[in-house]
Design a protein around this ligand. Structure first.
Ligand SMILES: Nc1nc2c(ncn2[C@@H]2O[C@H](COP(=O)(O)OP(=O)(O)O)[C@@H](O)[C@H]2O)c(=O)[nH]1
Ligand SMILES: [Mg+2]
Length: 449
């Protein structure tokens, strides 16, 4: 258990040198600590004081700003102190040492946000949106995080929980008062209301899925026989010369990773050694790693040379099952074929030239579609994987409840499903949360958040 009633401190700015660094302190009572550190008997609330930070023997550690936020009007809901010092790691270190002397301890990852959650300043989905905002790698992802931080995700979930509570009352009544002359379910239009909730869950899931994609993106592995043009395709997608391209088979041996973006969706592209028999020890290890990477990919781009398209697909190794394969017919500049997409529903075949760039835009669009990414969606909500899982669980219970009510007329089964659906939704905002889950969620934050 992490104690929640002591004083914690951590740098809030990234490590390294800069003009200014900021150290945050949070605890149940900070006025005496602040007085000893600054030599001022009282710091006015929310006022930027220009002070000296003092060592125990009165020496000046640094000069900077001190801001005092008395509870409960602070990020954590406790007394908080912000110390802005010069942006040197040495100064930050000495300030932290001094704070430890004054009774503070180093904060653990995510501990400030955890306290904010425990003090009711943020619900869980909002606290997680703070992490998502800090980690966002595109404007779109940052906007999705901002929406969740403002509470849009949480409010939708709360709305659903309320609507569920209301129909649970009707369903429970139909069980408890089944001998009375009222059809509680019909009276309450329970089925119609349930349908509406299901539609709302689906809509929320769509928005959260878009947010998840913006944050995590997808991983694609480029595979194929030597000299098919895999490394050329990587360079084309990355828009720079990352990989060495030669006409010598077996040039690429290790995995090469590039992080690119398609309309804000992060794409992790991995170039691999060509799949073929033989080769030396290094190349065989490269092929083993290639197959390994494919196991964990969201999609495989299988590159073949258009001139030998039929033969080129015969690979010496099996591709992992269950992972979508997009076939790339490369080098169409040598065969006079037009850039195009075929059989887009079964993974698809994209005709392109990595050398001239013809058809590469088609591939980008196709990758977005394959992942269900809506570049135009302006309503994405930052969501963690656990949120999507909770929504999926709620959705399953709701379908079961609908079936129980509709075809089986089994109110008692429906009542239980509705209760479980509500519980799954409650986990998103943290209404119903175990200590273990909290520990897991906040440990993924970095220190100082
Ligand atoms: N004409 C033409 N040559 C290509 C194309 N893509 C790759 N190549 C050439 O094919 C050879 C092998 O390319 P490379 O990207 O190293 O293939 P890898 O072994 O699959 O990584 C190089 O000489 C490339 O210049 C293409 O679209 N058109
Ligand atoms: Mg290569």
């Amino acid at each position: 258990m992490i104690p929640v009633d002591d004083t914690i401190a951590a740098p809030a700015t990234a490590p390294g040198r800069g003009a200014v660094a900021m150290v945050r302190v949070s605890g149940p009572e900070l006025s005496s600590l602040a007085a000893e550190l600054t030599g001022r008997s009282r710091l006015a609330p929310r006022y930027a004081h220009y002070v000296r930070f003092l060592a125990e023997d009165g020496q000046v550690l640094d000069r900077g700003l001190a801001l005092y936020f008395p509870a409960p009007r602070s990020y954590t809901g406790e007394d908080m102190l912000e110390l802005h010092c010069h942006g040197s790691p040495v100064v930050v270190e000495s300030l932290l040492k001094r704070l430890m002397q004054l009774g503070a301890r180093m904060a653990q990852p995510g501990e400030f946000s955890r306290r904010a959650f425990l003090n009711g300043k943020l619900d869980l989905a909002q606290a997680e949106a703070v992490a998502a905002l800090i980690e966002s790698t595109s404007e779109q992802a940052a906007r999705a995080a901002q929406r969740s931080l403002e509470g849009e995700f949480s409010h939708r979930v709360e709305g659903l929980v309320e609507a569920l509570t209301a129909i649970r009352v009707q369903v429970e009544a139909s069980i408890d008062f089944s001998d009375e002359d009222i059809d509680w379910l019909a009276e309450g239009a329970v089925l119609a209301r349930l349908e509406r909730i299901i539609r709302d869950v689906d809509e929320l899931n769509r928005r959260a899925f878009q947010g998840r994609l913006l944050e995590e993106g997808m991983t694609v592995v480029i595979a194929g026989r030597p000299n098919a043009g895999k490394s050329s395709l990587l360079n084309r997608l990355a828009e720079r010369e990352t990989a060495i391209v030669t006409d010598i088979a077996g040039t690429t041996r290790d995995l090469l990773r590039e992080r690119i973006q398609i309309d804000g969706m992060p794409l992790h592209v991995i170039d691999t050694a060509g799949l073929r028999e033989g080769g030396d020890v290094v190349e065989r290890e490269g092929i083993r790693r290639a197959l390994d990477a494919m196991q964990n990919a969201d999609a495989i781009l299988l590159v073949v040379d258009s001139r030998e398209a039929a033969a080129g697909l015969a690979l010496p190794a099996d591709l992992p099952a269950g992972i979508p394969v997009i076939r790339i017919h490369n080098k169409i500049d040598l065969t006079d074929e037009k850039p195009r997409i075929e059989a887009a529903d079964q993974g698809g075949v994209v005709y392109l030239s990595a050398k001239t760039g013809a058809g590469v835009e088609l591939l980008r669009t196709h990758l977005k579609q394959t992942m269900g990414f809506e570049a135009e969606a302006e309503d994405a909500l930052a969501a963690r994987r656990r949120h999507l899982q909770a929504l999926a669980r709620a959705r399953d219970y709701l379908s079961q409840a609908r079936e129980a009510l509709d075809s089986l007329q089994a109110s008692d089964l429906a009542a239980e499903d509705l209760r479980l659906a509500q519980q799954a939704l409650g986990e998103i905002t943290g209404e119903i949360t175990s200590d273990d889950l909290l520990g897991k969620i906040f440990s993924e934050f970095c220190i100082g958040k």
